[in-house]
Design a binder for this molecule. Structure first.
Ligand SMILES: [Zn+2]
Length: 302
C-alpha cells in the first residue's frame, strides 16, 4: 500500500508542470501576436497581454495596478526591448525572480531617424537614441519569433517541442512575407514617404523607402499654425509626397497639411493595435500585405 502511494506521489511529482497552468505575459500587441502563434496547441499555457489591444505603442506607458497583478502571475515576460518598455526597471525591482526575454536581442537597431522631425515645441526635436519599432521589418519579426521561441522553450520544457515547431513555422512564414514585401515594393515610381509617428524606419530600411519627414506628435493633438506653416514648406519642397497616417492616431494634422499642399493622405498600420478576441494567427501578415498594397497605390507601382 505504502509503495503504491509512493509510486503515485512520484508520478504526480514527475508530471509536466503544465498541469497547473503556466502564464506567459507579453508587453504589447505585436509581441502578443507572435506569442499566440508560438503557444498555439500548447495545452495549459496561457498567453496574456499586458497593455490593452487599443493601447498602441508603449512610449511613456506607465504600469497600472492591474498590470502588476498580471505580472505577479507570470512565469515568463516577453517584451520588445530596444527601449520600448521604459518601465522594465520597475518590473525587475518588483519581480526579481521573473524571467524577462527581449525579442529584440541580436537585432541591429537603428538610431532615431535622421529625417526631419517636428515636435510639439515647433523646434526640431532631439531624437531618441534608438528606434524601437523593429517588428515592422518582416525579417526582424522572424528573428523576434526565434528569440521568443528560445525563451519559451527554455521556460516551458514540457512544451518545448510544440513551441519549437510553431516557431519554425512562424519564422518561415515571416521570411516568406519579407520576400513578398521586397518584391512587391521593388518597382515604384517614387520612394518618399511622410509619416506622423516614428514607426516606419525599419520598414523603410528593409524595403528601400525613404522617410522624407516625420511629424512627431502625441495622439489627439493638432499642429500649431507655425508648425503647420513650416511643415507645409517642407512638404512642398519635397514635391508633395504622400502623407501616411496611422489608424491608431488622430489625423487632423495630416488633413490640414493635405489641404495646404495637395499631398494625398493614406493609412499605414504599424500593427500596434488590433482585435483581441479570436484574432487570426496571421493578423500581422495580413496587415503588412495591406500596407504593401497601400504603398503600391500611393507610390505608383509599375
Ligand atoms: Zn511608436
Amino acid at each position: 500500500m505504502i509503495r503504491k502511494i509512493l509510486a503515485l506521489l512520484l508520478a504526480v511529482l514527475l508530471l509536466p508542470s503544465f498541469a497547473a497552468g503556466e502564464v506567459v505575459v507579453t508587453s504589447f500587441y505585436p509581441i502578443w501576436l507572435l506569442a499566440l502563434n508560438l503557444a498555439d496547441g500548447v495545452e495549459g499555457l496561457e498567453v496574456r497581454n499586458l497593455a490593452a489591444p487599443d493601447t498602441g505603442c508603449l512610449h511613456d506607458y506607465q504600469l497600472q495596478t492591474a498590470d502588476m497583478k498580471v505580472l505577479a502571475e507570470a512565469d515568463l515576460f516577453l517584451v520588445n526591448g530596444a527601449g520600448m518598455e521604459s518601465y522594465l526597471g520597475m518590473v525587475y525591482d518588483a519581480f526579481p525572480e521573473l524571467p524577462v526575454a527581449e525579442a529584440s536581442q541580436g537585432i541591429p537597431l537603428l538610431a532615431g531617424t535622421d529625417a526631419l522631425s517636428i515636435g510639439e515645441s515647433g523646434a526640431e526635436e532631439e531624437e531618441e537614441e534608438v528606434n524601437a519599432h523593429i517588428w515592422l521589418s518582416a525579417a526582424n519579426a522572424a528573428r523576434m519569433a526565434e528569440n521568443m521561441t528560445a525563451a519559451m522553450a527554455e521556460r516551458f520544457p514540457a512544451a518545448a517541442e510544440t513551441i519549437r515547431r510553431n516557431g519554425a513555422e512562424l519564422s518561415a512564414r515571416l521570411e516568406a512575407l519579407d520576400l513578398e514585401l521586397r518584391d512587391g515594393l521593388s518597382n515604384l515610381s517614387s520612394r518618399d514617404i511622410v509619416t506622423f509617428h516614428e514607426a516606419f524606419p525599419y520598414f523603410a530600411a528593409a524595403y528601400d523607402l525613404h522617410v522624407a519627414a516625420v511629424v512627431k506628435r502625441e495622439p489627439g493633438e493638432t499642429l500649431t499654425p507655425a508648425q503647420l506653416a513650416r511643415l507645409t514648406e517642407v512638404i512642398r519642397a519635397l514635391g508633395n509626397p504622400p502623407l501616411f497616417v496611422e489608424p491608431q492616431y488622430e489625423d487632423l494634422s495630416a488633413r490640414a497639411l493635405a489641404a495646404e499642399t495637395g499631398a494625398p493622405v493614406y493609412t499605414l498600420d504599424p500593427v500596434v493595435t488590433g482585435p483581441e478576441a479570436d484574432v487570426p494567427l496571421d493578423y500581422y501578415e495580413t496587415v503588412m500585405r495591406q500596407n504593401m498594397a497601400t504603398l503600391r497605390e500611393a507610390l505608383g507601382a509599375q
